[in-house]
Design a protein. Sequence first.
Length: 122
Amino acid sequence: MTLQELYQSIGGDYDQVMRILRMEKLVDKHIRKFSKNGVVERLLAAGQSKDPTEMFEAAHAMKGVCGNLGLKDLCDLASKISEEYRPGNARKMSDEEVEQLLAATAAQYEKTKEEIARYEAI
């Protein structure tokens, strides 16, 4: 599996990450570290506690990391959650809708980790 194939399999944007990091060697280095950085786990833990401040901060951090790595699907999920909990914004989603977003985030994250592991094994 090539790095481009990995990105295709995880809903990533290879062209975007190459514009940001500019070298495939750097993309490879950082994508291998992704599942160890804890940013997604932090958001999922915040979802359990339902702390609005922590939800925003965790989602915002995840959005930044995923955006820089071109992980479009995960970035989009984090963006929706961060906007829902952004200080000063009125909540628009029900708790159930937020839970569905968190479940979708967990599922996409598991898929991403599995595909990265497959990439690393080659």
